[in-house]
Design a protein around this ligand. Structure first.
Ligand code: HEM
Length: 530
């Protein structure tokens, strides 16, 4: 008789047994063979050496010894949950983009969200002063779309090559293995384009009350693209329905000691109690010609668009309704990447975004293995057909018997190209000029932010800075950073100067000189100089 083996049966059995209560499943080896007791081991006599033939015991240690995978190089500590995104304003989006996920009001798309701190290791405290990651994976009908946001509209850098330098200074000193305030502020003071993000970080926004009382921003300009290839710049923004709420430095410090997992626990319990956290999603749009005239470079990640400058329009809402049933499988193994894009969504020429398009998939291959997209939490709901084959842990049938090359005998169906993407973006002059040089316009947002703070928030910002910067041993590091605050507002600078024991008149500005061959300056035709 013809007999066929269905490998999927085994997978289904394992998945189903994982969902059963203990009492209904029998204890076995990895091969499914029953074993009498988990503590059982074989030895000679009652106290002699153990036996190599005891494969139950060696398998136990073989698996245990390999439990840890590399933690994320940044954003290592986090928590996440699943839920859905629902479109509320498809008409608005359709004017600018063909993204299927926004195509009809009421359309619900399953999502997974992971929140995180940035600088700490996987066991670090949730209430550390740090930006928060806010990553959303949309399982759209047309493939995976990841929106990998932070809880801040801007970032410390606008030059991709600075990222590893910046991150190294926020992590540990290579010798002492301690967090190092001199390194921390040496980098920031010598790269003054970081100033607005630094001020947000040292305000109480740097210690949000868990993960649900904060907003999310795409940060970069992305592009929305229509079927005819025309496009606009777009930024997305998620506003918390729980209201923005932050801890003071003193409160955050206490909580870090009492419950380092405060935000993780808070998120889990809210969902477990059925009070599902939600956010409203907004879009800001600038046409390419508006972008050229815009007062800031739209490819500069250190500058916000501001809702006064570019109005926001609601496009949808999302809610987190389901805790993971297994944290490692569904959150630790989740791979979010700005490179996971769908038709109608494209990158801008923002250099930091361009670098991210490489970095995430690259780290996923390292952290999770080449076939990381086959891990259930990452696996698209849309079918996948291509010529990538084999590799470690290829567990979904390896695309079966389909040809592993572009075959004329058994041709693969090719999708109609949705549009010819007009990648031309106006890179010269005006709004999009060189990003390397720090000029007075870089103090615009820091000044707007300072002016927007209440007196209490200004005082908290000053004392939060003093508490940290005051710990830098190098006087020049303290002085240089203080001088930057003085350029934002003289009284602000003076207050910090008094707090950290320096005089503000000795201004050392700007910081590190960038050699021209490494500069991002472009000539009049838009090609890179040098
Ligand atoms: C995580 C690189 C800037 C948001 C990561 C990871 C890398 C990385 C390698 C670890 C990913 C993983 O192991 O799964 C970079 C580089 C940047 C950059 C090279 C700039 C050159 C940004 C910016 C944002 C951001 C500007 C937000 C607008 C995130 C988030 C995560 C993350 C939310 C955590 C994702 C998760 O929860 O799994 N980044 N990043 N990053 N990054 Fe970035």
């Amino acid at each position: 008789d013809a007999f066929t083996v269905d490998f999927q049966d085994g997978v289904n059995t394992q998945v189903e047994s994982g969902a059963k209560p203990d009492a209904e499943v029998e204890y076995t080896t990895d091969g499914g063979t029953p074993v009498a007791h988990p503590y059982e081991y074989q030895r000679i006599g009652s106290d002699g050496p153990l036996l190599l033939q005891d494969v139950h015991l060696t398998e136990l240690f073989g698996a245990f010894d390999r439990e840890r995978i590399p933690e994320r190089v940044v954003h290592a500590k986090g928590a996440g949950a699943h839920g859905y995104f629902e479109v509320t304003n498809s008409e608005f989006v359709k004017q600018y983009s063909m993204m299927d996920v926004f195509s009809e009001d009421g359309l619900r798309t399953p999502i997974t969200v992971r929140f995180s701190t940035v600088g700490g290791e996987s066991g670090s405290a949730d209430e550390a002063r740090d930006p928060r990651g806010f990553a959303i994976k949309f399982r759209t009908r047309k493939g995976i779309w990841d929106l990998v946001m932070n809880n801040t509209p801007v970032f410390f850098i606008r030059d991709a090559a600075k990222f590893p330098h910046f991150i190294h200074t926020q992590k540990r000193n290579p010798q002492t293995h301690l967090k190092d305030k001199d390194m921390f502020w040496d980098y920031l003071g010598s790269n003054p384009e970081s100033l607005y993000q630094v001020m947000r970080l040292f305000s109480d926004l740097g210690t949000p009350q868990g993960f649900t009382h904060m907003n999310g921003w795409s940060g970069h300009s992305y592009r929305w693209i229509k079927e005819d290839g025309t496009w606009v710049y777009v930024k997305l923004y998620a506003e918390t329905m729980q209201g923005v709420a932050n801890f003071t430095n003193a409160e955050a410090t206490t909580i870090q000691g009492e419950n380092p997992d405060y935000a993780t626990q808070d998120l889990y319990e809210r969902i477990e109690n059925g009070t599902f956290p939600g956010w409203t999603m907004y879009a800001q749009v600038l046409t390419p010609s508006d972008a050229e005239k815009f007062k800031y470079n739209v490819l500069d990640l250190t500058k916000d668009w501001g809702f006064d400058d570019v109005p926001k329009t609601e496009i949808g809402k999302f809610y987190l309704t389901q805790n993971p049933s297994n944290y490692f499988a569904e959150i630790e193994q989740a791979a979010f990447s700005p490179a996971r894009m769908v038709d109608g969504w494209g990158p801008s020429a923002d250099p930091v975004l361009q670098a991210r398009l490489f970095s995430y998939s690259d780290t996923h291959r390292y952290r999770l293995g080449v076939n990381y997209m086959q891990i259930p939490v990452n696996c698209p709901f849309a079918p996948v057909a291509n010529f990538e084959r084999d590799g470690a842990m290829n567990v979904l049938g390896n695309q079966g018997s389909r040809p592993n090359y572009l075959s004329t005998l058994d041709p693969i169906k090719l999708a109609k190209r949705p549009y010819v993407d007009d990648l031309h973006q106006q890179w010269t002059g005006g709004a999009v000029s060189s990003l390397a040089e720090v000029t007075d316009i870089d103090f615009d947002w820091p000044r707007r932010f300072w002016a927007s703070l209440s007196e209490t928030d200004q005082q908290n910002l000053i004392s939060n800075i003093v508490g940290h910067l005051g710990g830098a041993k190098s006087e020049s590091v303290r002085r240089r950073q203080t001088a930057l605050f003085a350029l934002v507002d003289p009284a602000f600078g003076q207050a910090v100067a008094d707090g950290v024991g320096v005089s503000v008149d000795a201004l050392e500005f700007p910081g590190v000189e960038v050699p021209t061959w490494a500069n991002t300056t472009r000539d009049a035709k838009g090609s890179t100089v040098g």
